[in-house]
Design a protein around this ligand. Structure first.
Ligand code: LLP
Length: 423
């Protein structure tokens, strides 16, 4: 459920008509609903209620500092994958002891940053990284609390590009090698083992792969404890999928996910960490665009929008489906025919949807892409020198720009001429 509904004939974000935001901010823009973010975060809190747990929002899904501040205010921890994301979480007011640091390629600088400013846990992904971390921590006179990310060799049955838990994927260490690596970790200076970490992929629409992975983690935890390690936390990653269409998708509910976690891990007496991104942010955001032209094509017409693949890459990159609806309800109600919905970028891949039934829309009409809150703005670029588009946060009847559209002067000022070309 989200808070983007038609009221008085216009699609609203909570109590704000999208047409009003478009008039003030200009299209295209992203808009996020505080009530939806809050609702989705609380679903996880409720799903794990009564257990010792921390819900760490995956900052990569939607990293605007204002959004992080909303979630931090609800008690969220954060999962970050770079020094940049760590800085965002801190700028949003999240203390270091509520931030976990994941990722296969942490640099010494990033390690030093989080160790000096405070970190709850570093999810180590290789023996090589473990040794570097030990060196950096020891050099700083610090101790790094670590969990080893294990690769359980489980197929998440999701899109090829976002499955991360099969043995051929670059993530984690093979679960069969985990005990040997923990044994080394126990003797390394600057390292304190606190837990085990796993993340098998994103947009999972079935609980079975999660259960398979968590069962392996539970067994490993018992073995590690028998080996003498203190395992007090299990980080189960993120990955729970969302419905991208209104009709035929019914991914598992957070409540069922929580029940499965209790069933599989309940007797281990550990603190549970989860790292959801998409389920919290995905359906809490829209991308709003205007029609520039309708252009007759061979067979099908093109609806050419002012948003493009640089603003929302998911359809071009993963063949992802996003519902696209007119902002005016009267337009939504008229007879539909199939069109190709495209952006202005100079690639045929700049196609949001092929043969999508749409009502007739004239130039200037507003449309909204649903489910665009996660992996939308964060994956955008300035390809074709199209400025990054604004982000807007709504809370009830108020809205504010939380990232402004850069001016062309700002964009051009980032390029500099070397001396030999300057005169
Ligand atoms: N934890 C780790 C270690 C991750 O790598 C990810 C996502 C998450 C948590 C959050 O997963 P979520 O709950 O959002 O599924 N750009 C792709 C998705 C990439 C996901 C990367 N890792 C997309 O647009 O579908």
């Amino acid at each position: 459920m989200d808070h983007f509904l038609y009221k008085t004939g216009v699609l609203h974000a909570e109590d704000v008509p999208l047409a009003e935001i478009a008039a003030q901010v200009g299209t295209p823009f992203y808009v996020y609903s505080t009530a939806t973010l809050t609702r989705h975060f609380r679903l996880f809190q409720e799903a794990l209620a009564g257990t010792n747990h921390l819900v760490c929002f995956a900052v990569k899904a939607l990293s605007n500092v204002a959004v992080l501040r909303v979630l931090a205010g609800l008690g969220a921890g954060m999962d970050v994958v770079s020094g940049g994301e760590y800085r965002r979480a801190r700028a949003a007011g999240v203390p270091g002891d509520r931030i976990v640091f994941s990722g296969v390629g942490k640099t010494r600088d990033e390690m030093a940053l989080v160790l000096s400013e405070g970190i709850r846990q570093i999810n180590v992904e290789s023996l090589e990284e473990l040794h570097v971390l030990s060196e950096v921590a020891h050099g700083l006179g610090a101790t790094a609390p670590i969990a080893l990310r294990v690769n359980p060799d489980v197929d998440a049955k999701t899109h090829e590009k976002i499955a991360t838990g099969r043995k051929e994927d670059k993530f984690g260490v093979p679960i069969a090698r985990a005990r040997e690596i923990y044994a080394q970790a126990a003797h390394l200076p600057g390292i304190r083992v606190v837990g085990v970490d796993v993340h098998i992929g994103s947009q999972l629409t079935d609980l079975a792969p999660f259960e398979m992975a968590f069962t392996k983690i539970a067994d490993l935890t018992r073995e590690l404890r028998a080996d003498g390690h203190t395992i007090t936390r299990l980080d189960l990653g993120g990955g729970l999928g969302i419905p991208y269409t209104r009709s035929n998708e019914t991914p598992p509910l957070p409540l069922d996910y929580g029940a499965m976690i209790r069933r599989v891990l309940g007797d281990l007496d550990v603190e549970i960490e989860i790292e959801p991104g998409r389920l919290i942010a995905g359906n809490a955001g829209l991308l709003v665009a205007s029609v520039i032209y309708t252009k007759p094509g061979e067979g099908r017409d093109f609806l050419i929008l002012d948003a493009a693949m640089n603003d929302l890459i998911r359809p071009a990159m993963y063949g992802a489906h996003h519902d696209i609806v007119p902002v005016l309800e009267a337009q939504a109600a008229t007879e539909q025919r199939p069109v190709d919905i495209v952006g202005p970028v100079c690639e045929s891949g700049d196609t949001f949807a092929k043969a999508r039934p749409m009502p007739p829309l004239d130039a200037g009409a507003l449309v909204a892409f649903r489910s665009a809150g996660a992996y939308g703005a964060v994956m955008s670029s300035e390809y074709n020198t199209r400025p990054l588009i604004p982000e807007v946060l709504v809370d009830g009847d108020q809205f504010a720009v939380i990232r402004a559209r850069p001016t062309f002067d700002e964009i051009l000022a980032r390029d500099t001429l070397p001396t030999w070309l300057a005169s």
